[in-house]
Design a protein around this ligand. Structure first.
Ligand code: ADP
Ligand code: ASP
Ligand code: MG
Length: 433
């Protein structure tokens, strides 16, 4: 990933247009469609709305597993039949099962099966074929969600981002060409009063070869479209109360962060806070577009707001994150890190790999410049007190991070121990309300 832009962008005038992205967990099931309708209708009263949707929960990973198995075994595995049944059920649950949506879904499933069949007969899957196979997750979900919205009275139109988002040819981790994408968006985005339901995660090269933007890349799709449409904001709707001081699934004591600067969000996400893809942050920062992270199941909750005028978090530490060394080694799957963090990371990984164990990097991300002299020792001591072996310690040159290597089997315990040490003196309602 390119080094992060340092310059602060002034707040720019934007159009009354909001890009709202709904993640995999937020689009699965009829009640979720009701939630999307509610927030779309509310936002539509004052501005144009463009929706970006992920594949249904776990579909991308399942498609990837099916592609790998097809190439390895020379036959498309039974998992594909289950995936077909799952989408047919989704049509039944989320829409009125009209003939049009049923035949669209069957056509997409047949097309996907055709590509998988070719992969199986050649016993090989090229990066371009893998991207084509993965694209079906979002193509299916955007059609089904749009049908569900139409049935509930929203003038929704499914849009395949392969026709909008122009990328380089880096399969599995493509980067958008914003100028070329702007032209396509102006020409091909459905006009008002339509509510476009755009596939996240996918794009295509200028010659039309399908690409994907990296796992969890639908957040980046929302940022790309927001910049090209000069949106006045992006909302990322997910299954937690915003960006928190740690993954709340692992650290129950984690608290939401109400306001962050773009730089702080970038540091948290590039060190492993998976709630937002790190590629999302820079384009929004450069265009001065505010970002909100909201919980689909509790829409009135304030969530986290990131904007040009943000004073940032109040305390020194912002959060405790985790990166698995194995994931960092696979392109498009690990969290990319900045040039400046890369050197820090490589040294630490070298020390950790010498232990020969599956390892994770636990990082305490601070405001820039806020790491104190004693911070690394205090954090490492909190792990040793729990009997956790620390394979390596590293401090970022920008005084924003302290990273420690631990065995994966100890990572959850380590996250909780470090979080308690670092945040024990903070107020309870939110880490920086
Ligand atoms: P979506 O399907 O909406 O894209 P993701 O699973 O990609 O959702 O991201 C949301 C998940 O990110 C949460 O369920 C949570 O487990 C995880 N997560 C990891 N770190 C953090 C953090 N610091 N704050 C909030 N959530 C986090
Ligand atoms: N569906 C893709 C994935 O699971 C992209 C996303 O959900 O953001 O990686
Ligand atoms: Mg995600």
């Amino acid at each position: 990933m390119r080094p992060y832009a340092r310059e602060v962008t002034p707040e720019r005038p934007h159009r009354a247009l909001r890009v709202m992205k709904f993640g995999g967990s937020s689009v699965t099931g009829a009640d979720r469609i009701d939630a999307i309708v509610k927030v779309t209708t509310e936002r539509s009263r004052s501005r144009r709305v463009v929706l970006v949707v992920s594949a249904f929960a776990d579909v991308t990973a399942t498609l990837e597993g099916i592609a790998i198995a097809s190439a390895r075994d020379g036959v498309v595995p039974d998992d594909f039949s289950r995936l077909r049944a799952y989408h047919r059920q989704a049509v039944g649950k989320m829409t009125a099962s009209g003939a049009t949506i049923r035949s669209t879904v069957e056509r997409l499933l047949r097309e996907c099966e055709g590509v998988l069949g070719r992969v199986a007969s050649r016993r090989a899957c090229s990066p371009a074929e893998l991207d084509t196979i993965l694209s079906f997750g979002e193509r299916l979900s955007s059609e089904i969600i749009a049908a569900g919205l139409i049935q509930r009275g929203v003038h929704a139109v499914p849009v395949d981002a392969g026709a909008l988002i122009v990328t380089d040819a880096t399969h599995g981790d493509a980067r958008a060409d914003l100028d070329a994408t702007s032209e396509r968006v102006q020409a091909a985005m459905p006009r008002e009063p339509a509510v476009p339901v755009v596939t996240g995660f996918i794009g295509a090269t200028s010659t039309g070869v399908r690409t994907t933007l990296g796992r969890e890349g639908s957040d980046y799709s929302a940022a790309i479209l927001a910049v090209c449409l000069e949106a006045d904001g992006v909302e990322i709707w997910t299954d937690v109360d915003g960006v928190m001081t740690a993954d709340p699934r692992v650290v129950p004591e984690a608290l939401p962060l109400r306001e962050l600067s773009y730089q702080e969000l970038f540091d948290l996400t590039s060190w492993g806070a998976k709630v937002v893809h790190p590629k999302t942050v820079r384009p929004l920062h450069e265009a001065g577009i505010p970002l909100e992270i909201k919980n689909t199941t509790s829409p009135s909750d304030p969530g986290t707001r990131i904007h040009v005028g943000a004073t940032g978090a109040t305390g020194g530490p912002l959060g405790v994150t985790r990166l698995d060394v194995a994931a960092l080694r696979s392109p498009g799957h690990g969290t990319p890190s900045t040039g400046e963090a890369r050197a820090q990371l490589e040294t630490l990984i070298g020390e950790i790999e010498a232990t020969g164990r599956d390892s994770a990097i636990i990082t305490v991300v601070h405001r820039r410049g806020a790491v104190t002299d004693r911070a690394a020792d205090t954090i490492a001591d909190s792990l040793r007190q729990k009997g956790i072996f620390v394979a390596g310690i590293s401090e970022g040159a920008n005084h924003a991070t302290v990273s420690l290597g631990v065995a994966c089997e100890h990572a959850d315990l380590a996250m909780n121990a470090v979080h308690r040490t670092v945040f024990s003196s903070r107020p309870k309602a939110s880490a920086n309300a």
